[in-house]
Every structure is written in C-alpha cells, then in structure tokens.
Ligand binder design. Structure first.
Ligand code: ZN
Length: 550
C-alpha cells in the first residue's frame, strides 16, 4: 500500500487530540481494541489457522453482506476458549462446532467462543455465521472498507481494501499478521449475475442460482496474508498474457479489467512481465505460481492483494495529478504497477511478524524501485530517484511498538529505502550487498520475519557489526548529523544526533579523490592541503551536514 504523510496522520490517528499526542510523543495511545488485535493473547496463541473457507453473499443494492466462514485450525495448546476477530459493527449470528451452537461473548472487535475442551495437536473446524453493512472506505486504500462505486457506464463497481484497519471489518478471522492459513483459502461469493467477481488465486467454479445471482468460487493453495484476501465486482473482462521466466518456463497471467479498458490495459499490463523477471532475478522465484498472477483494475489506487494485485492508476500515468507514476519513474515503468507487484516478494512472501516491522514490506518495495531504475538507467539516475524520495517525518522510529496493532507506515517507505541505500554504501561491496538482500528474500520466502532477523542476516553475511546502524536508523527517529569544520590544512568532523556508539563510515571527496572516513562522536581531524574542496557524499548516506566550529 502507498501512503503519504498527511493522509497517514489523519487516517490512522483520527481526531486532533490523538494527532497532538503523536506529534508530541511519537507514539499512539494503545486502545483496548488494538491490544486485543495486536497481541497474541492466550485465546489466540492457542490455535494455528490452517484454512479459511469464506462464503459471502453480497447485496450490492443494499451494500450488505451475509455469510459464514469455516475455520480449520490446529490446537497448539489445550483450550476451552478462543478469540476470533470481527468488527463490532458486524452482527455475529452463530458459531457452530460439531453440530452444536457454541456460546460467545464480545469485547471490542474480539469474539470469544467457548468450546468443549480441545486438546493440543488436534485439528478442528468451526463455522461462524455473520452479516451486516461493512464499513465503507472513505479514502481507500488508506482507510479500509468496501468501495461501492459506479464505473463510467454507471454500472456497479465494487472492491474492498483493509490493510491496517483489519479484515474483521468484512469477515471473521484470526486477524494477526503472523498467522497465515498454511493451506490457503477458498472464497465463495454470491453476487448479482450481471457482475463478474474476481478474487485471489484460481477460479474454481462459477454457477448461476435461480434468484438472479451467480456464485463464484476462487481458491489459493498457498499461505496468504489476511489483508490480501479481497473481492472485486464489476463488468470485468479477462486479458490473458504470458511471461517467459528465466528458467525457461512460460506462465499465463489472467488479468481482469473493465470491458472498455481492455485495449489500453493490453498496452500497460504487459509491463508486469518485466517486473516479474526483475524480481525473480533479484529476489528469487515468485512464490505463488500455483495461484497464478494477475492484475485487477479497481477504482482506488492499488493494493498488493496476493496473486490478484489491484491496480487503479486510471490509465493516466503522465497526468498533472498525484498519480503521475510513470513520469516519476523516468518513463520506464508504471510505478504503481511496479510497487504493488513488489509486495508479492516484500510483504506477501516475506511478511513482517508484527506490523511494527512493516518497513520490510514498504521500505523494501521502494528500495526495489530504486534497484530497478539503477538496473535500467544506471547508478546516477538511481541517485536522482533517491534524492526525490528524501522526504521523511522523523517523528518516530521506523520500527514501531510490537503487539499493539501498530502499523508503522510512517517512515517505513522513504526512510526505509534510504536506510537500505545507506547500508549498501556502508557494506561497500555491491556483489555482497545484492547477495545479502537476495538471500534474505529467498531464505525467508513464505515466512514471517522481524527487524532482528534482518539484522542477524546482514551481520552474518557481511561479517560487520551493525547494531549501531540499526539502532540509529530503525530504532531512533533522528537522522545523524555530520558536524564538520574546515580551517587551513585541517578538516574536523564528528557525529551528532546519534546513538552513543554510532560510528558509521562515510565517503568524502577531497579535491575529487574519494576517501572513506569513520567519524565518531568524538572529534577527529584529517590533515589536508590548504584550499582543498571537500565533498561529503551525502547522496550515498542518509545524514544531515552542519558546519560547526570545533
Ligand atoms: Zn506498498
């Protein structure tokens, strides 16, 4: 998902007092709802989701949904009570287990279900019936909910986005990013017959009912992030394309676009081939070929829905509005198509253990954009791209507090990417660097990681102690400042605004000659010839520069 600062503040923090609190403290007040959603309390830790079977009727006229979800799970502990998550605005009808109705009680968006004793190691299935008017997204994808739109021909055009807000706003589940259904999910949607329904994975069946509706069944066989499960309704047509992979295999991509956009889409969507080849080369195989890959047109900007990436760039990449996603990418790619597809690797395959570490999705996606530009247009153009991304909040660290359902989007995008860009120049060995991030993706494919896992991986690969680096850029909100002073034949320098052991090497140029120095908190002095011109290569490192007499 793509977010910018003003939107972030208004959407994630709601009212003004929350905003004041965030600007003052850099943190968000923990609500009971977010505690229940964010923490793996015993009622959630006691089970592991294996499969979701989601069955929903969508009444487009009434903007109403009704259905049930079958949970198949493994008991990790003995338990008699478990928690599922369903927005309190939705009505819970019944919970069925082994032909019996189970008692429930609710607290915020958590539903507690009382079971007869379930023993650790056993697999069990239960069904949750529910219905309601799901939250309507006010400004998708930045705030979640259903998007009830009309297309240009006045026909219904429906989608849903829920990253951050929680999937419980439209279906009941165990809504924690660390627990993906190991065996995938089956999605059955009953919709007005005149609309095509597109969801994740493969279309298994579509059949007419005698009440003017049609039921579509889609399925993914791979683990999937909860917020990636999606549904789209519209006058879609399919657009079939193929991608030739470097291993010689040819895969089919079955995109869906509104009928009147088929021609324009047939010129834009083939870019996906190049994007997929780039990622497979640099970060390993796409992990979900069994579920296919497709782009699906939607009315909002876009979202990384696994195997069904949604795209809403309104076919106007060069416009003067904020969606000029090709102009900003030097005309070589649709940046939105690229960014959302990037999440198939960073986010969907390699997933954060907790949303506090969402930079692993967003920072790596933005950094991948820079890598692509470097590969296509060279190092100097990549530097230009990164300089345009040099916009940060610096209100709170990139990594947020864990267990609070805190989606640390804030500086995860640009500062996350700049931290990677900086780290590359600290490592100072490109082959080693590209191998380091590729192996992080391949060794952690289809699993959950946190920042600590990334630090260990980089330290193991590079044999460099880097805790000072991560403490500064990921766990501290400040950008380090290089204080310097040049007088006569002396160049003085030191770090300020840093953690106590910060000693990051940087590159400088003295009269055009590159030199690596390792500033520390204590002043150091370099003897240079008088009247030298010293450049600090701050286009390679995220730092501020300040001339200070010392
Ligand atoms: Zn994103």
């Amino acid at each position: 998902m793509r977010l910018y600062f003003p939107l972030l503040l208004s959407i994630f923090l709601g009212g003004c007092s929350n905003l004041d609190y965030f600007l003052t403290t850099g943190t968000v007040k923990l609500t009971e709802r977010n505690r229940l959603l964010g923490e793996l309390l015993p009622e959630r830790a006691c089970y592991d989701i294996l499969f979701y079977d989601i069955n929903i009727e969508i009444d487009v006229d009434k903007k109403y949904i009704k259905g049930y979800v079958d949970f198949t799970a493994l008991a990790v502990e003995n338990f008699e009570k478990l928690q599922v998550d369903l927005a309190k605005s939705m009505q819970l009808n019944n919970v069925e287990y082994n032909g019996k109705i189970l008692s429930t009680n609710r607290k915020e968006d958590a539903v507690y279900i009382n079971f007869p004793k379930i023993t650790a190691g056993s697999e069990f299935t239960f069904r949750v019936y529910y219905e309601g008017s799901p939250q309507v997204a006010k400004n998708p994808p930045w705030d979640g909910g259903f998007v009830w739109e009309k297309d240009e021909a006045g026909r219904d055009y429906v989608s849903v986005a829920c990253e951050g807000d929680g999937c419980g706003l439209w279906w009941p589940l165990k809504d924690h990013i660390s627990d993906e259904p190991d065996k995938g999910a089956r999605m059955s949607f009953t919709v007005p017959k005149e609309l095509m329904c597109v969801s994740n994975g493969r279309l298994i069946d579509a059949s007419d009912n005698d009440n003017g509706t049609r039921t579509y069944i889609w399925q993914v066989v791979n683990p999937i992030n909860n917020y990636n499960i999606s549904v789209q309704l519209g006058n879609y047509v399919s657009l079939v394309d193929t991608v030739h992979r470097s291993n010689g295999k040819i895969e089919t991509m079955n995109h869906y676009v509104l009928d009147y956009h088929k021609e324009v889409a047939s010129t834009v969507f083939p870019q996906a081939r190049k994007v997929i080849r780039f990622f497979e080369k640099n970060f390993g195989d796409y992990q979900f070929w069994e579920d296919g890959f497709k782009l699906v047109e939607v009315s909002y900007l876009g979202m990384e829905h696994q195997s069904a990436v949604t795209y809403g760039n309104v076919w106007s990449n060069w416009g003067g509005d904020h969606r000029s996603w090709t102009r900003d990418y030097y005309g070589i790619i649709d940046g939105l198509l690229f960014h959302e597809t990037a999440h198939e690797w960073w986010g969907n395959s390699v997933t954060a253990k907790d949303p506090a570490h969402v930079w692993i999705h967003e920072g790596m996606a933005v950094y991948s954009e820079a890598m692509f530009i470097e590969q296509e247009l060279g190092y100097n153009v990549m530097i230009d791209f990164m300089r345009k991304k040099r916009r940060f909040q610096n209100i709170s660290p990139i990594v947020g507090p864990e267990n609070e359902n805190y989606w640390a989007f804030g500086d995860s995008y640009n500062k996350g990417a700049w931290a990677m860009h900086t780290l590359r120049h600290v490592v100072n060995n490109d082959n080693l660097w590209w191998d380091t991030i590729k192996t992080f993706a391949t060794e952690n494919a289809k699993s959950n990681v946190n920042t600590k896992d990334f630090i260990s991986h980089v330290e193991n690969k590079t044999k460099m102690p880097l805790s000072y680096f991560f403490d500064q850029y990921f766990f501290d909100k400040r950008v380090p400042t290089l204080q310097y002073f040049q007088v006569g034949n002396q160049f003085h320098y030191r770090w300020a605004d840093t953690v106590s052991d910060f000693a990051m090497p940087i590159n400088i140029e003295i009269n055009g000659q590159e030199k690596r120095i390792i500033p520390k908190i204590e002043k150091q002095t370099l003897t240079i010839s008088e009247h030298s011109v010293v450049h600090v290569k701050d286009w390679q490192f995220l730092l501020n520069k300040k001339r200070v007499q010392m």
